[in-house]
Design a protein around this ligand. Structure first.
Ligand code: HEC
Length: 297
């Protein structure tokens, strides 16, 4: 009896919570979870920044120039050597929402962790389960070229502490209504990364949320999508939802550039969002403050 009790105590000590959760996550994800992950992957625009157009999906190497230098997106295929195949779920989730790699290195905020931080735990887990089902591609990451001295040791931590807008992770994932639209726009769809103007420090200026950026990523001109009558988005909710599903604008034109890419996605994109989710996004866009900011001619 006594030895049995000792065994039990030992077992309880050995099966620490960390180990227990490891055992729990060791079960293969269900088909439903993988499908949910693919849906979320689409809702981010297909993680397109990690794919050079017409090259293997998620293999990285797409170039981004910033005021601090040049970075190349990472290989996020399940290749164990050059991708994220050797990382635990927790390590991948930490990189997505906190911008830390498994070796402790910081990611530059070109990867939008300051907003992905607002993604719900179930969505992140499902996303990782989906990423693991994709073909592994062996392609070494290209080192970044930082031109600002002490950028990573001094500037980046100070910048993150002072300026980077931090979303708070939701306790659960909102499934309907305005909260769903807000969640898809602010966190998963990260619309603000392109559509919100930036301050002198290059942080998004959230006092002018989605008011457009004359010089957005890859030098794109990104329109004002606040409800401002003169300079913003005047489309109906139905028209916005259709645009996100097809790329067709009410005037007969089609989405181009980076927005076209986000809608089309890679293995999935905004176009694969349900009508209900596209309408939730459209309705949410009607509720944000109108900001006068003329982009383009
Ligand atoms: C990677 C950058 C990027 C992201 C992320 C992004 N957009 Fe866009 N968006 C653009 C660009 C660039 C255009 C202009 C496209 C064009 O010229 O056809 C655009 C155009 C639009 C338009 C058309 C506006 C007009 O007046 O023509 C709408 C509506 C829109 N985006 C909504 C969204 C929503 C909602 C999200 C998030 C779910 C989002 N965008 C995420 C870059 C982005």
């Amino acid at each position: 009896m006594a030895s049995q009790a000792r065994c039990l105590v030992l077992a309880l000590v050995v099966l620490s919570p960390a180990l227990l959760s490891e055992i729990a996550t060791a079960q293969p994800p269900s088909a439903a979870e993988i499908a949910r992950g693919k849906y979320i992957f689409g809702a981010t625009g297909g993680c397109g920044c990690h794919t050079v157009p017409k090259q293997p999906v998620n293999a990285g190497g797409r170039k981004y120039d910033g005021p601090f230098g040049t970075v190349y997106s990472s290989n996020i295929t399940p290749d164990r050597e050059t991708g994220i195949g050797g990382w635990t779920d927790e390590q991948i989730i930490t990189a997505i929402r906190l911008g830390r790699r498994s070796n402790g290195e910081r990611l530059v905020p070109v990867h939008p962790y300051t907003v992905f931080n607002g993604m719900g735990a179930e969505d992140l887990k499902a996303l990782v389960a989906f990423l693991r089902t994709l073909p592994a591609v062996k392609r070494a990451n290209q080192p970044k070229k930082i031109t600002v001295p002490m950028f990573e040791s001094v500037f980046l931590p100070a910048w993150l502490a002072a300026f980077a807008p931090q979303e708070t992770p939701p306790t659960g994932v909102p499934t309907s209504g305005p909260a769903r639209g807000e969640y898809l726009v602010r966190a998963v769809g990260h619309c603000g990364e392109c559509h919100t103007p930036r301050t002198m420090t290059m942080a998004t200026d959230n006092s002018r949320f989605l008011a457009g950026n004359p010089k957005g990523p890859e030098d794109s001109e990104v329109p004002n999508i606040t409800p401002d009558k003169a300079t913003g988005l005047a489309w109906s909710e139905e028209e916005i939802a259709d645009y996100l599903g097809t790329g067709n604008k009410p005037d007969g034109d089609v989405a181009g550039g980076l927005m076209g890419e986000m809608i089309e996605g890679t293995l999935a994109g905004y176009k694969d969002l349900t009508k209900a989710d596209r309408l939730a996004i459209a309705r949410y866009l009607k509720t944000i403050p109108a900001v006068k900011n003329k982009i383009g001619k």
